[in-house]
Design a protein around this ligand. Structure first.
Ligand SMILES: *Cc1c(COP(=O)(O)O)cnc(C)c1O
Length: 372
């Protein structure tokens, strides 16, 4: 089945009890036992299983083409569950350009737990090869990356991981399975912040881990979900599943708008650089064309000047909202260096855009007046 059909139907069927076409939200935390002590419907207690959560897991498992999907209460909890499935003393290779929360987890939380991490330029295979250690168990990839929109060759990095007995995980939040299916390129684990495009409306926090095969590793993540307890609420699962129904059409519109906005910024004299994998001069353009259906809805650009000039542009926009996060219907603009803190390597003149579903001409007019 094609992804548009999967988005509408996978994990989504009328409720057996009532015939409701849109499934009800099951809020009960506990389930009745039969007289013989068994649980005839399989549900015991909502931390270990809930119908809304199972439906969401089934949907994303189908969209990614995986064998197991495990839902969490946030993207960060999903990421942490993958690191927790490793052992103290193991080594992780992570991108030098990635979601700052992921880098902070490795540096601040898991370092204390004995997990070693090295940050490398994932777009440079020689650097990745050189950073591999005998105890490297995981290569973490994020593509397109945050906030520089670097493109990592998934097949190449997954190949390097497998050569050295490691697994490869991809944070697929920015692309979504509509634009990029990491398992097609040999990646073992796909991770999402469902807070972003999958939820799609800026009103729910969630995360998901999907694995290509059902094995010990996916079992450990399932165990982290149940024992660690960072599970999403039934309502949160219901909201993300509702968002997924329109995901393929939203992603196409996000990408179309972002391409228009990127082209406009690229031609503007007040703009020093635009980072968008749909532009001809983007260094990852060819890889993106190979592994992504479209270059996506996120871009960043550097204003001529420095921090003050970037702030001045962000202060003048009217349609774009100054806010963090991404993937919802409304366009957002953000000065990333200020949210990433003093350790950031993000240029001070960089602004990141989450291009929403407004008409692209309105977005371009807004940026034009802000850049004047
Ligand atoms: C937002 C985000 C996360 C973290 O997800 P939360 O739901 O905020 O915990 C991880 N990776 C990427 C690429 C993100 O954009």
């Amino acid at each position: 089945m094609r992804i548009e059909t999967l988005a509408v139907h996978a994990g989504q069927r009328p409720d057996e009890g009532t015939g409701a076409v849109i499934p009800p939200i099951v809020l009960s935390t506990t389930y009745e036992r039969a007289a013989d002590g068994s649980y005839p419907r399989g549900y015991i207690y909502t931390r270990s299983g809930n119908p809304n959560r199972e439906a969401l897991e089934e949907s994303l498992c189908a969209l990614e083409g995986g064998a197991a999907a495990i839902a969490f209460s946030s993207g960060s909890a999903a990421t942490a569950s993958v690191f927790q499935a490793l052992a103290p003393g193991d080594h992780v290779l992570a991108p030098s350009d990635c979601y700052h929360g992921t880098a902070n987890l490795l540096r601040d939380v898991f370092a204390r737990w004995g997990l070693q991490a090295t940050f490398v330029d994932m777009t440079d295979p020689a650097a990745v090869r050189g950073a591999l250690q005998a105890n490297t168990k995981l290569i973490w990839v994020e593509t397109p990356s945050n906030p520089l929109l670097k493109i990592t060759d998934l097949a190449q990095i997954a190949g390097l991981a497998h050569e050295s007995g490691a697994i490869c995980a991809c944070d697929n939040t920015w692309a979504t399975p509509v634009l990029q299916r990491p398992f097609d390129f040999g990646v073992d684990v796909s991770v999402h912040s469902t807070t972003k495009y999958l939820g799609g409306h800026g009103d729910v926090l969630g995360g998901m881990v999907i694995t290509r095969t059902a094995d010990d590793f996916s079992q450990r993540i399932r165990q982290n979900q149940m024992a660690g307890g960072a599970v999403p609420s039934p309502f949160d699962c219901w909201l993300v599943l509702r968002g997924i129904r329109t995901l393929p059409y939203r992603m196409r519109a996000h990408a179309e708008n972002a391409q228009r906005v990127a082209q406009f910024l690229h031609n503007h004299s007040a703009v020093e650089a635009v980072h968008y994998p749909g532009l001809d001069d983007h260094p990852g353009r060819a890889i993106a064309a190979r592994q992504m259906a479209l270059p996506g809805g996120m871009l960043s650009f550097q204003v001529r000047g420095g921090r003050d000039q970037a702030f001045a542009v962000a202060a003048k926009v009217r349609l774009f909202t100054r806010a963090t996060s991404l993937g919802a219907t409304e366009s957002l603009i953000e000065h990333r260096a200020s949210i990433e803190g003093p350790a950031t390597r993000t240029p001070e003149n960089l602004l990141r855009l989450s291009v929403g579903l407004e008409h692209p001409d309105d977005l371009i007019e807004d940026l034009a007046q802000a850049l004047q």
